[in-house]
Design a protein around this ligand. Sequence first.
Ligand SMILES: C[S@@+](CC[C@H](N)C(=O)[O-])C[C@H]1O[C@@H](n2cnc3c(N)ncnc32)[C@H](O)[C@@H]1O
Length: 403
Amino acid sequence: MSDSLHSGLARMRERLLDAEELVRAVASGRRRSASPPWRRVELRYVDLRSGRHLQVTSYDDTQAFTRNVPVGEPAAGAVDDLLAEPFGTWHIETTEALTSMRVTKKGHAQLRTEPRDPAAAVSSRGHDREKPRLLPADDAFVRAVGISDERGKVKPSMQAKYRQIEEFLRLLSDSMAAAQAAGRIGERGRPLRVVDLGCGNAYLTFAAFRYLTRVHELPVVMTGIDLKGQALQRNTALAVDLGCSDELQFHKGSIAAAQVEQPVDVVLALHACDTATDDALARAVGWGSPLVLAAPCCHHYVQAQLRRAPTPQPFGPVMRHGILRERLGDVLTDAMRAALLRQRGYRVDVVEFVASRHTPRNTMLRALHTGCTGDQDLLRDYAALESMWQVRPRLAELLAAAG
Ligand SMILES: C[S@@+](CC[C@H](N)C(=O)[O-])C[C@H]1O[C@@H](n2cnc3c(N)ncnc32)[C@H](O)[C@@H]1O
């Protein structure tokens, strides 16, 4: 084997075994005087229930044969077997680049690499494609809010938003199932009442409404609240266009003062700014809402307190670095919010909202009211955090004021 072919195959191998970056690879053709066992082979990574696998689809003249090989040694073995076959070309698409390798008549490798747009690549990743879409891109609502164009194709600038919507609907769906199984929502004889606090342009509000009414076939009344009058006008006009303005309404105003019909079953607060998340959580507790999904945004309130407070030892080496102090402030805020909700009878999970490679604002507090009140350990641990760091999230003040 020529040196160039040897090193070319080694480069292909590296890309093929990168389960994070590989989008798709195709081996086809044949080398001089040799015949691979397949006309063409396609590889990509897929996320199955049992974890990420390398999916290998091999084509003969009439059919395709697909097998899924676990990542790690089994996938490396499958890749090595394929690289040992005399395919004439390899095309490998990663999130970063398109690379092709052609083997010449003399057995040398010719490689070509072109950089590619990472946003486009991520949207076409095999394992992303593997997930069924909860709201298809050509859905009337998805088109109306401007995520996809009139042909039902997601606009390049809206790929990230569409991905966020899908991840959010997945979380909402799982959380609804948990709340229903626990008997916390689903009261007969009235629609599910959902409130989105700090709804902004309401992409997620419209998506949640559509998903709950169309896919879950639930009767739903939903209210979006935001400070911005411009958001109110846009969202209301869209709801009218979509024929759902009786069930999906928008109001201009602050979260703290929002007047909504009760009981409120589901409270959403997605990237509401800083203490607006605390306002939303406090409202949810006040309303006794069984299900709360809150994705915090910035955490200035606690960060400002952290900057002023004396640093407990031995955290000096953490706090001297602004970026680490900021991250600690984020973590402390959300941990304390979760603890406060637990004290109020919620079971709280802190989960990843959108994969961290897509956005740093990827934490979600998912709270389901179970009625189990916090035990003494919980109160003691929360108090210890406050006293050690000399910080108090706004939620603690709001809940204390509400009594
Ligand atoms: C980053 S946007 C998020 C919008 C939307 N929830 C989303 O995830 O796409 C935050 C929104 O919260 C609104 N907001 C911030 N503080 C608020 C408050 N105290 N009361 C009502 N709305 C608020 C802002 O006007 C803005 O539209």
